[in-house]
Design a protein around this ligand. Structure first.
Ligand code: PLP
Length: 394
């Protein structure tokens, strides 16, 4: 008998978005070698790791070279020193966690996909449109039925529960990628109540929680009842510049049960079978993120990105262009001006102003007339780009 592939993979739509963007920019640059290009579509952080984190990793690296302090295989769910630091971090939001509910990961993306291992493929799934593509694609890989909740100008890109959105697994990303929209406490409570009423599970992605400095929840567990219906993934990627260093954490509450089984137990079993933990050196760096000095240095970086977002928002306000995000997010999701669709606007912006952003259509149908700008550039380039915006779109 010949071996078979997982044929669900053949149902994945090829993602041409970033390749397409790169191709169009390269063509433009070839035809216009003297034109300056400003990249406002960067999805990766640009500020380096905080000094405290680097020093902690250097120290851990030295330890690894000594027989007394060498670390081999660590606990699959992460070292207690880091889990304890995460536990204390959640205390800051008024959320009390047991250390056994915290699992250290190599990032939010991996665990977004991995968590599906412990859930049946017969579950239906609700994702929003536009969507961070990982939520949809990982479910296509398992052939789950996907329902899309339309996010639009009408609901400020924050869809709320409706009868037609009944599903077994509900993805919520707040602050959102790509729209930057953030649910408030009352809105999140409606989602939690909706999930509890159906025994659904919420997948809460808090990768951008560090951008919130108002009253909006950082964690789904700030909402009463959420421990009975939600898992949460988070990441140090955007918070502390760990996109290339790789560390995050996943919370699976002990109270969360389905089919009479604790999901926490299943997840522990899955992790101890398929994962051998995050590098000791990286975990020591991650621990430093949560120290007073680490938080101080990090807030400088986040402030830097937020200042860029403010420059973008001020310009769009001045031009009277509708947008979401920016306030508690590195993403500003703007409506394409003059009725253009997102690819037409992409080309127009590139040719007329040398600015590169991300067409909303790449995140789903509802992104068709929207465009994502990011705050991960330098102040200088953000200001320059926004000056060009003013001249072009006034
Ligand atoms: N979740 C969302 C919504 C993201 O936008 C990203 C990265 O851009 C991730 C998760 C991935 O995070 P990590 O770098 O921890 O894998």
């Amino acid at each position: 008998m010949p071996a078979h592939i997982n044929k669900n993979y053949l149902n994945l739509k090829e993602s041409y978005l970033f390749a397409d963007i790169a191709h169009r920019v390269a063509e433009f640059q070839k035809a216009n070698p003297d034109r300056e290009i400003i990249r406002m579509g960067i999805g990766d952080v640009t500020r380096p790791l905080p000094e405290t984190v680097v020093n902690a990793m250097k120290k851990a690296c030295d330890e690894m070279g000594t027989p007394e302090h060498f670390h081999g295989y660590g606990p699959e769910q992460g070292y207690d020193f880091l889990r304890e630091a995460v536990r204390k971090y959640y205390e800051g939001f008024g959320v009390s966690l047991d250390i056994s509910e915290i699992f250290i990961s190599d990032g939010a993306k991996s665990d977004c996909g991995n968590l599906l291992d412990i859930l049946g493929t017969d579950n239906t799934v609700l994702v929003q449109d536009p969507v961070y593509p990982v939520y949809a694609d990982t479910n296509v890989m398992d052939n789950r039925t996907i329902i899309y909740a339309k996010a639009s100008e009408e609901n400020d890109f924050l869809p709320m529960p409706e009868e037609k959105y009944k599903a077994d697994i509900i993805y919520i990303c707040s602050p959102n990628n790509p729209t930057g929209a953030v649910y408030n406490r009352e809105q999140l409570k409606k989602w939690v109540d909706f999930a509890l009423s159906m025994d659904s599970i919420i997948f809460f992605d808090a990768a951008y929680e560090c951008f919130i400095d108002g009253d909006e929840p950082h964690s789904i567990y700030e909402i009463p009842g959420a421990k009975k219906c939600a898992v949460e993934v988070c990441s140090l990627s955007k918070k502390a510049g760990f996109t290339g260093t790789r560390c995050g954490y996943t919370i699976v509450p002990l109270e969360l049960k389905r089919d009479g089984v604790q999901l926490n137990k299943l997840w522990l079993r899955r992790q101890t079978t398929k994962f051998n933990g995050v590098c000791y050196i990286v975990q020591r760096g991650a621990e430093a993120v949560f120290t007073e000095q680490g938080e101080k240095e990090i807030s400088g970086n986040i402030h830097y990105y937020k200042e860029n977002a403010r420059i973008i928002m001020d310009t769009l306000d001045e031009l009277g262009i509708y947008y979401t995000g920016g306030r508690y997010s590195p993403y500003v999701w703007m409506k394409c001006p003059k009725g253009m669709n997102s690819w037409t606007f992409f080309q127009y912006l590139l040719e007329e102003a040398g600015i590169v952003g991300t067409p909303g259509a790449g995140f789903g149908q509802s992104g068709e007339n929207f465009f994502r700008l990011t705050a991960f550039s330098t102040h200088e380039n953000t200001r320059k780009a926004m000056e060009k915006f003013r001249q072009l779109l006034k």
